[in-house]
Design a protein around this ligand. Structure first.
Ligand SMILES: NC(=O)c1ccc[n+]([C@@H]2O[C@H](COP(=O)([O-])OP(=O)(O)OC[C@H]3O[C@@H](n4cnc5c(N)ncnc54)[C@H](O)[C@@H]3O)[C@@H](O)[C@H]2O)c1
Length: 394
């Protein structure tokens, strides 16, 4: 008889993922039932919803939201959460959890509704994924980054101990309702911030999107993508649609990021460190753009981008009013940022670099000297354009 008790049990299970992202115009229009139906399995009886909303968005749209919920007889509680990148912490997640406890929700029939930008949605998404190990939620993004990036993927997260999004999960919302009307109240800088993530998709995989941004970028900023003319309306629609399609094409095949070579990491290799160091001075998209400016120069140094293409890329960054440099782009910071990224990418740089405009490759052999050279050129370009700006204003 064999008395050896060492045994191995192998458990293997697959978790299907199904979620939707859809354009809905007029989310708070009383005739529009999308918000009531989003993510819900039960459509009859009294509806109950816990809504978590960015307090700035609440000030602007809270009356409409309450009228909508009252009109449909929804029993509700609204948590108005003050948010900022520095308050993107576990404390904010706990505040949401407290609200869920107090309201008490049926996990199957009463999805939490998150209304706000990337910060609010990342916080609520994390709270929902932790609460009883998963509670469905619905997203209504209200910023451009929210519409094209934070609102469409699977990631949740908060910052921790000076590290960007250090604590997080993969937990997509069941449904995301995209209504670009919210952008009409977003300030110029945050529109520009969102355009940086759109530019990322253009640079690594969609040349037509680059051309659209090049042609319509300033109008899109001026009009907050509200489409005041048929032409600019079409451009705004196309830009948002192409950005989301491009993003989702990349995410869907690699939702859990098992493959560590991700083109959508473009602009996200050095920026996490620079953004956290510069907090609250730099916005996420601004830091991403600085990273893209730096890596554009790395590409130029390696002959992957021609000087002509470089000029077009920097010309568009300027048109989109995006910064290309920050004083924290010191060589030591960049080398440390790359080291952190290597840890995150399992020991290899796996650095996406643009090849021309609209495609990308990965490299693992960027040397510190290359970074120093690129950062030096970037600083010179930035101070050159600063001088030009001063001369123009004089
Ligand atoms: N989960 C993801 O996949 C993912 C992807 C990209 C970015 N992010 C995260 O998203 C965050 C950035 O998101 P963001 O740029 O939306 O920032 P944000 O959420 O801080 O919103 C920007 C500002 O706009 C205000 N605001 C929001 N909607 C408004 C509206 N309609 N009108 C007027 N003001 C409004 C907010 O109060 C805030 O002051 C970062 O923390 C980043 O890490 C997450």
């Amino acid at each position: 008889m064999n008395h050896d008790m060492s045994r191995t049990w192998i458990v293997s299970a697959a978790l299907p993922v199904h979620y939707q992202v859809r354009v809905v115009n007029g989310v708070f229009d009383p005739h529009n039932r999308a918000l009531l139906e989003a993510g819900a399995t039960q459509q009859t009886g009294t509806l109950r919803r816990l809504v978590v909303i960015d307090s700035a968005v609440d000030r602007l749209y809270g009356v409409q939201l309450r009228q909508y919920l009252q009109h449909h007889g929804v029993k509700h509680q609204i948590i108005s959460l003050p948010i900022s990148e520095t308050e993107k912490t576990m404390d904010s997640v706990f505040a949401v959890v407290k609200g869920i406890n107090e309201f008490g929700i049926s996990r199957r029939h009463e999805p939490i509704i998150a209304i706000g930008g990337g910060v609010l949605m990342d916080i609520v998404g994390l709270a929902a994924s932790l609460y009883r190990r998963s509670t469905p939620y619905v997203r209504v993004p209200t910023t451009l980054i929210g519409l094209v990036d934070a609102g469409v993927g699977a990631k949740t997260g908060v910052n921790h101990s000076a590290h960007k999004n250090r604590l997080g999960t993969y937990f997509p919302a069941k449904d995301t309702l995209l209504d670009r009307c919210f952008l009409k109240t977003v300030d110029r800088r945050h529109i520009v911030n969102g355009l940086a993530e759109i530019l990322k998709i253009a640079l690594i995989k969609d040349r037509a999107l680059f051309e659209l941004l090049d042609r319509h970028g300033p109008t899109l900023i001026e009009e907050r993508l509200q489409g005041r003319t048929p032409e600019s309306n079409q451009a705004a629609n196309q830009v948002i649609e192409r950005a989301i399609t491009g993003m989702l094409e990349e995410l869907e095949l690699n939702l859990w990021e098992q493959k560590l070579e991700r083109v959508v990491d473009y602009g996200h290799s050095f920026s996490p460190t620079v953004e956290m160091l510069a907090l609250p001075e730099l916005l996420h998209g601004e830091a991403v753009n600085i990273d893209m400016a730096l890596t554009t120069l790395l590409s130029v140094q390696r002959g992957l981008i021609t000087p002509g293409e470089r000029d077009r890329i920097f010309g568009l960054m300027r048109k989109l009013e995006l910064p290309i440099y920050h004083r924290h782009c010191e060589p030591e910071v960049l080398v440390e940022a790359l080291a952190d990224t290597i840890r995150h990418r399992d020991g290899l740089q796996r650095l996406p670099l643009a090849m021309g405009i609209g495609s990308a490759c990965f490299v693992n052999d960027v040397r510190p000297e290359e970074l120093v050279a690129a950062a030096t050129t970037l600083r010179e370009m930035d101070s050159g354009s600063e001088l030009m700006r001063e001369a123009a204003n004089a």
